[in-house]
Write a protein that binds this ligand. Structure first.
Ligand code: ADP
Length: 486
C-alpha cells in the first residue's frame, strides 16, 4: 500500500497524542477495510477511554502556550499546514478513495476543499477583535476581548474524512484552542495523515491530537464527560448528536452540532429545466448520495414533472458505477453493508407502496456495497423515503401543484439543513427563500458549500455554523471587562 503513496510516511497505524505516535494502552488494533472490495488496507491502533483522557491532558498542557502566541504566529503555522495538505493532495486523495470509496477526482476535490478551511481561518485568526462599548457610567469604561474556549473535542463522520476535520481544527487552532479529534473508525487514515502533516508543519505537540478507536461510546464518554474539554463540535447523525448533547449537559460544555438533513430540491414550472437537472445531479449523486446536504426529496411541479424526470434519467443513464480508482467512475461504493441495506429497504418500501423505478432500483453488479444510481417516480409523502435520510444514489420524485403545497411539503420534517429550489421568478425566489425553514438555501444552484459561507442547520439538524466569518465564534468566549474608578 505504502508503495502507491509518494510520501509513504502519510500511511499511519498509530494515533497521534502530545506530538507522539502512540499505540493503544490495551495493545488492541482493528482492521481498516476498503468498502469497494472489502480488502484489508492496514491494522490501526484501537484506543479507548484511558488513551482519550491522556489526549485531553496533553491538549490541556499545550493549550496555554499556544493561546499566548500572537495570532500571526498561529496563522503562519496554519498556512504551512494548508500548503502541505495541498502539496500532498494526490496521496491524501488516494487514502480517501481507499478507505471511503469516493471517486479519486472527487477525493482530490475534497482535499482542496478541506484545506480551504485552514487557509480561511489562518486569516480569521487575525480578525478576532474585541469591542469598546459606549459606557453606561461616566467613571467606567466597557470593553470586550475574545479568548479561546480552551480544549476542544471534535467527533467526525466518514463521509468527508478530511473536510469535516479541517472545518473544526482550522478555527479551533486559529482561535488558540487545542483539539482532540475522534474520527470515524471507518476512515481513520485520512485523519492520521492530516496529523502527520500538522506535525511536519510545526504545529506544537499537544495542540492537535487524533484518537482512533472502535469504541466510540467509551471515547465519546471521556470527550463529553471530562471537565477540561470546554467544547464539543460534532458532525454525524441526529440520534448520536442528541445523546452527546445530553452528555455534555453534565459539564455545561459549549456545543456545535451538525446533524442529519432531509433536503428538499424543488423545481417550479418556471425553472430553467436543464439547469435544474444539472443542479439535481450535483446535489444528489455526489459521494454516491452520502452527504448531509444531498437532495433527499425532489419536489417537482406537475407541469414539468414528466419532462424533468426524462431529462434527469437521460443524464443518470450515463453514470458509471465502480471502484473509485477506475477511469470515468462517478458513483463509488456505499460505506458499508448497513448503508446498502438501508437504501434497499427505503426503495423497497417506496416500490411496494406504488413508486416506479424509472432507472436503477437495485444493488449494482459492481460489487457488494454498490447501489445503482436510481430515480423513483410516483413517490408520495406516506412512503418512508419522504422522512428518512437516504444516504445513497436514489432520487425520489414527488409531485406538487402549488407553491404553497411545495413549501409545506419541504418544511414537513424535523430537519432543517440544506434546501434547494429552481425558479426564474424573482418574487417567488424571495418568498420561497424566506419561507423555507432551513439553515441554507441553494437558489438555482445545487452546490453551496464553501469555506466563505456559514454552513449549518436549524431544528433537529443542529446548531452552530462552520466556515465563514462566523465559524471562529464557536471557539471563543467573549469576556466583558468593566474598568471603574476613572
Ligand atoms: P454516521 O451515520 O455518519 O456514521 P454517526 O453519528 O453514527 O453517524 O457517527 C458520527 C461519529 O460519531 C463517528 O465518529 C462515530 O464513531 C461517532 N459516534 C457514534 N456513536 C457515538 C457515541 N455513542 N459516542 C460518541 N461518538 C459516537
Amino acid at each position: 500500500m505504502k508503495a502507491i503513496l509518494s510520501q509513504p510516511s502519510l500511511l499511519k497505524s498509530q494515533s497521534y497524542i502530545g506530538g507522539e505516535w502512540v499505540d493503544a494502552k490495551s495493545g488492541k488494533t482493528f482492521a481498516v477495510l476498503n468498502p469497494s472490495n472489502g480488502e484489508h488496507i492496514i491494522d490501526v491502533a484501537d484506543l479507548g477511554a484511558d488513551d482519550t483522557t491522556f489526549a485531553v491532558e496533553a491538549a490541556e498542557k499545550a493549550q496555554k502556550e499556544w493561546q499566548g502566541r500572537t495570532a500571526k504566529e498561529r496563522a503562519t503555522l496554519l498556512r504551512r499546514w494548508n500548503q502541505l495538505i495541498l502539496d500532498n493532495q494526490d496521496d491524501l486523495a488516494t487514502l480517501m478513495t481507499l478507505e471511503q470509496g469516493k471517486p479519486f477526482t472527487e477525493a482530490k476535490g475534497e482535499v482542496a476543499y478541506g484545506a480551504s478551511f485552514i487557509d480561511w481561518f489562518a486569516d480569521e485568526a487575525r480578525r478576532l477583535n474585541g469591542d469598546v462599548i459606549p459606557t453606561f457610567a461616566k467613571d467606567k469604561r466597557v470593553l470586550t476581548i475574545k479568548q479561546p474556549i480552551g480544549v476542544v473535542a471534535a467527533i467526525t463522520p466518514w463521509n468527508f474524512p478530511i473536510a469535516m476535520i479541517t472545518r473544526k481544527a482550522g478555527p479551533a487552532l486559529a482561535a488558540g484552542c487545542a483539539i482532540v479529534i475522534k474520527p470515524s473508525d471507518e476512515t481513520p487514515l485520512c485523519a492520521l495523515a492530516l496529523a502527520e502533516l500538522a506535525h511536519q508543519a510545526g504545529i506544537p505537540a499537544g495542540i492537535l491530537n487524533v484518537v482512533v478507536g472502535k469504541d466510540a461510546k467509551a471515547i465519546g464518554g471521556v470527550l463529553t464527560g471530562n471537565p477540561t474539554v470546554r467544547k464539543l463540535s460534532f458532525t454525524g447523525s441526529t440520534p448520536v448528536g442528541k445523546l452527546l448533547l445530553s452528555q455534555c449537559a453534565q459539564t455545561v460544555k459549549r456545543t456545535s452540532m451538525e446533524l442529519g438533513g432531509n433536503a428538499p430540491f424543488i423545481v417550479f414550472d418556471d425553472a430553467d429545466l436543464d439547469a435544474a437537472v444539472e443542479g439535481a445531479i450535483a446535489s444528489k449523486y455526489r459521494n454516491a448520495g452520502q452527504t448531509c446536504v444531498c437532495a433527499n426529496r425532489l419536489l417537482i411541479q406537475e407541469g414539468v414533472y414528466d419532462a424533468f424526470a426524462e431529462k434527469l434519467a437521460k443524464r443518470v443513464a450515463t453514470f458509471k458505477t465502480g471502484d473509485g480508482f477506475s477511469d470515468g467512475v462517478s458513483i463509488g461504493p456505499l460505506i458499508n453493508n448497513a448503508a446498502i441495506s438501508k437504501v434497499e429497504q427505503l426503495v423497497g418500501d417506496a416500490v411496494a407502496k406504488g413508486a416506479k423505478a424509472l432507472i436503477g432500483g437495485n444493488k449494482s453488479t459492481a460489487g457488494e456495497r454498490f447501489f445503482e444510481p436510481t430515480i423513483l417516480t410516483g413517490v408520495t409523502e406516506d412512503m418512508d423515503i419522504f422522512s428518512n435520510e437516504i444516504f445513497g444514489p436514489v432520487a425520489p420524485l414527488f409531485k406538487f401543484k402549488t407553491e404553497e403545497e411545495a413549501v409545506a411539503m419541504a418544511n414537513n420534517t424535523p430537519f432543517g439543513l440544506a434546501s434547494y429550489f429552481y425558479s426564474q421568478n424573482i418574487a417567488r425566489i424571495w418568498r420561497v427563500s424566506e419561507a423555507l425553514e432551513y439553515g441554507m438555501v441553494g437558489i438555482n444552484e445545487g452546490i453551496i458549500s464553501s469555506e466563505v459561507a456559514p454552513f449549518g442547520g436549524v431544528k433537529e439538524s443542529g446548531s452552530g455554523r462552520e466556515g465563514s466569518q462566523y465559524g471562529i465564534d464557536e471557539y471563543v468566549e467573549i469576556k466583558y471587562m468593566c474598568m471603574g474608578g476613572l
